[in-house]
Design a binder for this molecule. Structure first.
Ligand SMILES: Cc1cc2nc3c(=O)[nH]c(=O)nc-3n(C[C@H](O)[C@H](O)[C@H](O)COP(=O)(O)OP(=O)(O)OC[C@H]3O[C@@H](n4cnc5c(N)ncnc54)[C@H](O)[C@@H]3O)c2cc1C
Length: 428
């Protein structure tokens, strides 16, 4: 249901705010916003990255006003709730990438945040397993990167054969096992709930069912100023009524995940426009069906393949200790193609049996799927040919536009560090 809200600058905007901002509840904002603009910041996208960014802005800039726009009736229903919920250590992305930097920083921030805010998490650790010489070499490259003195904070250790048998009798590893003790799992929903709660407590405004359908710089005040220096007009369509309205802000952050390239293209000149590619990952649930029930105490990943667009179909655990497998890589044409594919089960089974040979086919069932926003057709996840880094930047030639593009894995792990980077890009 659409609602008329009064922005900190006193302008009335029609947005779907009722579910989070009942009309009876009065809020007082103190704001640094220029008199003619509605908000200081608008964050587009209520996934984990948008929520973390919006919260960081209210935490560090308490006198500024921040509006979070989300097209669905609830935040966090797209990629942020369709992933492995793994807190990655930062093993795969090379020495100098933004992914490595933000993953390592994000992991520390996330463990601290979860401890402080009672968000469920477990540092369960992970084994990466190699079955042959080529895979062993892939693990050695990871070991060299992490163990060598590159100043990276990513502990790893080799696990001997006896320890493998003693600790994980179901796991096969013919050539080697590399352990990452800092890898963990987190309840992504609880994390997003905590971030949203803090954002609203600190005076932030969440507008749900509010799809951004246009973004443009407000007319410039002088010939020398950059596009966006007078602020931004964001056109919002109420997903329930179809009604459109415009809100303005000095700064906007594009954290729209699978919609981020569309938002980018609303502003960019034809030669700056981008394409997004969709790499779906199918997950499979595990329910013991005859034979010995498999028990595993940590995450198990196959050795990464150079150039692959995912990390390989791995074994993850949820907070209750339940096993699930995935994600595979299936290129799709639409970000809405989210039905898990039963016909990919045999392929997944073959991949999983490489490291879990006793897995019974009847115990697997299609579960859910998520889609990786890929900026390139290959979008390799491991350092090397085709590797695609995160884009977290101030757009050149514009003022007040922060663009977050290609925020695939390890975006959940990195979310708090991305938020920190955005705030620093804006305020130093
Ligand atoms: C299969 C898979 C497995 C993964 N596993 C892991 C993992 O184990 N660990 C890890 O760290 N990372 C993992 N990731 C990556 C992680 O899930 C993402 O990086 C992270 O969730 C991205 O969050 P986000 O907020 O950028 O995007 P999203 O969660 O997609 O949020 C973007 C939001 O923007 C909204 N939006 C889009 N367009 C508009 C618009 N025009 N107007 C208003 N709102 C809009 C959407 O509705 C959505 O809610 C995985 C990803 C996938 C696909």
């Amino acid at each position: 249901m659409a609602n008329v809200v009064t922005s900190p600058a006193g302008r009335r905007a029609t947005l779907s705010l009722l579910s989070v901002f009942p009309p009876s509840q009065s809020r007082s904002f103190s704001s640094t916003v220029p008199r003619c603009l509605d908000f200081d910041h608008i964050v587009i996208g209520g996934g984990v990255v948008g929520l973390a960014t919006a919260r960081r802005l209210t935490e560090k800039r308490p006198s500024a006003s921040t509006l979070l726009l989300e097209r669905h009736p609830q935040p966090g229903t797209e990629t942020s709730s369709r992933n492995s919920e793994v807190i990655h250590a930062g093993l795969y992305y090379g020495r100098d990438s933004l992914k490595t930097q933000l993953c390592i920083r994000g992991r520390h921030l996330l463990y601290d945040f979860c401890s402080a805010r009672a968000v469920p998490y477990k540092k369960v650790g992970k084994w990466i397993v190699a079955q042959n010489d080529a895979q062993h070499e892939a693990l050695e490259r990871i070991y060299d990167l992490c163990a060598a003195d590159h100043g990276l904070d990513v502990p790893v250790r080799w696990v001997g054969r006896d320890e493998v048998w003693a600790k994980e009798p179901f796991v096969r590893a013919d050539a080697a096992v590399l352990e990452s003790p800092e890898t963990g799992i987190v309840d992504a929903h609880a994390l997003m709930l905590a971030l949203r709660g803090l954002f609203e407590e600190e005076g932030g405004t969440v507008a749900l069912s509010s799809a951004v359908v246009g973004v443009e710089p407000l007319p410039r005040s002088g010939p020398q100023t950059q596009k966006g220096s007078a602020g931004w007009a964001v056109r919002v369509r109420d997903a329930q009524t179809g009604e459109e309205s415009t809100v303005t802000a000095a700064i906007f952050v594009n954290a729209a995940g699978l919609g981020a390239v569309d938002v980018h293209n609303m502003i960019a000149s034809p030669e700056q426009r981008r394409m997004l590619y969709y790499a779906k990952g199918n997950y499979f649930s595990y329910t013991p069906a005859g034979g010995p029930s498999i028990r595993v105490g940590r995450l198990v990943y196959p050795a990464p393949e150079p150039g692959a667009s995912g990390l390989g179909t791995h074994l993850t655990l949820d907070m209750a200790g339940r096993i699930r497998f995935g994600p595979d890589v299936e290129w799709v044409d639409s970000p809405d193609d989210l039905a898990p594919r039963a016909d990919r089960l045999d392929q997944a089974l073959a991949a999983i049996r490489q490291y879990l040979p006793s897995l019974d086919a009847r115990s697997l069932a299609p579960d859910y799927a998520g889609i990786r926003p890929k900026l390139g057709r290959q979008g390799a996840v491991v350092e090397g040919k085709g590797f695609q880094d995160f884009i977290v930047q101030k757009e050149e030639g514009y003022e007040g536009w922060i663009n977050l593009l290609g925020i695939e894995s390890p975006g959940l792990t990195s979310s708090l560090a991305i938020a920190e980077r955005v705030e620093r890009l804006l305020y130093g």
